[in-house]
Write a new protein. Structure first.
Length: 340
């Protein structure tokens, strides 16, 4: 299917989120029309305020993303879809509470895009490197041919599976379900592009919205010192700037060669302890209320067991990643201005 160009209309889910707000920013900046799916009209207010007068932005209320047919009307008449919304279940130990919302919401939107008469030509699905990697004892560079084994672990362990294993399983099953449905039922109707970012850092765009989960984890481990496990502090953390992720979504709509592809988005890797030391080495950063932790400087430094090959993102999307220092400086500046 052909790629899209402005002023095509794009349906965006998760637009009130950390990544989604930046996606809408770049879509409007390039002249696309945007229809944002929101759970209530009240939740649209921050987006209305942020993007007033900056382009054609409309809202469509979808109260329950996992209800059958939830997106049938929202997807009508759009040229492309960017699906970012993915629930995080923190309190339940039931794997179905992770898997059913992730798979159900994704499949409702994929099926809506494939309905007879649909005008959707390109569907961009935000997955994660959680669907790519797995725990190993020796270092490995993962690429787009790799898959997580977490669904199998959840099947064996059930409720006793760790929270993160259940989360990764939900992301993996949602991605596989979307790909299988498109291949079997919608081939030739629209192209599916899957993007797989790791930890996403960088400045949140809209101050009236919460910061992203990755930013919360970064602030806890790197600034407040809430992470005290030596193994975690020494382990690899692959990262990418939120603005690069957002721009990758736009490029996935506009680049013909992106159609049908699975693409890892990773700028580099560090460890939580190295991140602590990196922040400590930066000069003239914006002041934070928290006194910066020194982490665990005496821990044993070990090889990164997990890295990602992101050459495909550069080749297919033409993506150029921001420098890590710019990402961290800009994020600290924004957090400082938010009173962190």
């Amino acid at each position: 299917m052909p790629a899209l160009a402005p002023p095509s209309k794009i349906l965006v889910t998760g637009g009130t989120g950390y990544i989604g707000s930046w996606v809408i920013h770049f879509l409007l900046e390039q002249g696309f029309k945007v229809r944002a799916a929101v759970r209530s009209i009240e939740k649209a207010e921050p987006l209305k305020e942020q993007f007033e007068g900056k382009g054609e932005l409309e809202f469509f209320v979808v109260e329950d993303f996992i209800k059958e047919g939830a997106f049938d009307s929202a997807a009508a008449g759009v040229d492309g879809v960017v699906h970012l919304a993915s629930p995080l279940t923190a309190k339940s130990d039931d794997p179905d509470d992770f898997i059913k919302p992730a798979v159900g919401g994704t499949m409702n939107l994929v099926k809506a895009a494939a309905l007879p008469g649909s005008t959707v030509k390109r569907f961009v699905f935000t997955s994660s490197t959680a669907t790519v990697s797995r725990t190993l004892d020796t270092p490995k560079v993962f690429d787009e041919s790799d898959w997580s084994v977490d669904p199998e672990l959840v099947e064996k362990q059930g409720r006793s599976a760790p929270w993160m294993v259940k989360y990764r399983a939900s992301k993996t099953l949602a991605e596989k379900a979307a790909r299988a449905y498109v291949d079997e039922n919608a081939a030739g109707n629209f192209d599916l592009v899957v993007l797989n970012p790791p930890f996403v850092f960088g400045p949140p765009l809209i101050r009236s919205l919460p910061v992203g989960t990755s930013v919360d984890w970064w602030f806890g481990a790197v600034i407040k010192g809430t992470q005290t496990d030596p193994g975690v502090m020494a382990s690899a953390v692959s990262y990418v700037d939120v603005r690069d992720v957002a721009q990758a979504h736009v490029l996935s709509l506009t680049r013909p060669e992106a159609g049908g592809e699975r693409i890892i988005l990773a700028a580099g890797a560090t460890s939580w302890q190295e991140a602590v030391e990196f922040v400590g080495s930066l000069e003239d950063t914006a002041p934070l209320k928290e006194e910066k932790t020194k982490g665990l400087p005496d821990i044993e430094r070990v090889p990164y067991l997990v890295r990602y090959n992101s050459e495909k993102s550069k080749r297919v999307l033409g993506l150029e990643y921001r420098k890590h220092e710019d990402t961290i400086r800009d994020m600290i500046t924004e957090l400082s201005e938010r009173g962190f």
